[in-house]
Ligand binder design. Structure first.
Ligand SMILES: C[S@@+](CC[C@H](N)C(=O)[O-])C[C@H]1O[C@@H](n2cnc3c(N)ncnc32)[C@H](O)[C@@H]1O
Length: 238
């Protein structure tokens, strides 16, 4: 997969893309990140990529020309052109899975007051928000998208099964995880986790995932989950 990122702050990507799973995926050539400074497509000698908003108002808006021309130069036919925006579709695991099967993503990072609307209307194939809050720029959202997508590329994680039961990939939050020591500061790991009874453990994990989702994210539960909880004898009255 190739991921091109258009930004006014290319230096922000140095650390996150060279460490951990992303760094390993780059080294293994599973992903090719290209970080581009939008100012390279500016038209004047001051390399201006932003301007004051028409009609007044605070802050600066990213100009359309550098963004359109950068995309003309770098995007392959069929590339997904993503504008990071708090006004976009909320990033969920289902959307991450759709992005992970693309061969080329172009991520456009806004900054300041935002991006000339013509980019959203006539260039981007998608607008994505990473949450219902406003960040200073699209760089951190682009890192979030890249990380979530790259870890789904086969071979990017150490263990092929690692994403199988993760939160959201099953439609539920994940069950609790524990490691050694079995007792720490007097707090014991549940006995079932150490019992070696794989069937019982699988049931316990499923129950935990259902209960935890019901407590913390009831919006994720589907009718079949409620039916399953009834069958498992989970009290749904409270
Ligand atoms: C300060 S924000 C602009 C906010 C804009 N004035 C508004 O109210 O919608 C600057 C840039 O940060 C990025 N950004 C901020 N919050 C975001 C979010 N929740 N998801 C994705 N991108 C975001 C976008 O690229 C945006 O253009």
């Amino acid at each position: 997969m190739r991921i091109d990122i258009l930004t006014l702050f290319p230096g922000m990507f140095m650390g996150p893309f060279s460490e951990s799973i992303l760094g390993r995926a780059v080294a293994a050539r599973l992903v090719d990140f290209q970080i581009h400074d939008l100012r390279a497509w500016a038209h004047d000698r001051h390399r201006t990529a932003d301007d004051v908003p028409f009609g007044g108002g605070p802050g600066m808006v990213l100009k359309p020309e550098p963004i359109f021309e950068a995309v003309d130069d770098i995007a392959e036919a069929g590339a997904e052109i993503v504008l990071l925006s708090p006004n976009g579709e909320l990033l969920k695991q289902e959307l991450v899975e759709q992005l992970a099967i693309q061969t080329h993503l172009v991520l456009i990072c806004g900054h300041y007051e935002g991006v000339d609307e013509r980019v959203a209307d006539h260039l981007a194939t998608r607008q994505i928000s990473v949450g219902d809050y406003v960040l200073s720029g699209g760089e951190i959202p682009a890192m979030v998208v890249a990380d979530a997508v790259v870890r789904l590329i086969p071979g990017a994680l150490g263990c092929a099964d690692s994403t199988r039961e993760e939160a959201h990939s099953t439609g539920l939050l994940e069950y609790p995880q524990y490691t050694r020591p079995a007792v720490y500061r007097g707090i014991e790991v549940p006995a079932i986790v150490r019992s070696g009874d794989h069937q019982e453990l699988a049931r316990w994990k499923r129950r935990q995932a259902l209960q935890r989702t019901r407590e913390r994210r009831p919006d994720l539960l589907r009718p079949e989950h409620l039916e399953e909880m009834r069958q498992l004898g989970i009290d749904l009255s409270s």
